[in-house]
Design a protein. Structure first.
Length: 51
């Protein structure tokens, strides 16, 4: 959980950076992968809330 939180903070930092400058290919992949992880977790969280 702590690792996911740290990765999420890094993604927020990268998204803020992308407003001012272009991201490198590696940074873009990090953002994409983390956003996919978040999208995968949302349905599981919704099911958890229903129980």
């Amino acid at each position: 959980m702590a690792k996911e939180l740290a990765e999420s903070k890094e993604v927020v930092r990268l998204i803020k950076k992308s407003i001012k400058t272009d991201l490198t290919e590696e940074e873009t992949l990090k953002v994409r992968n983390q956003l996919l992880d978040i999208c995968k977790a949302i349905p599981a969280f919704a099911v958890f809330l229903l129980l």
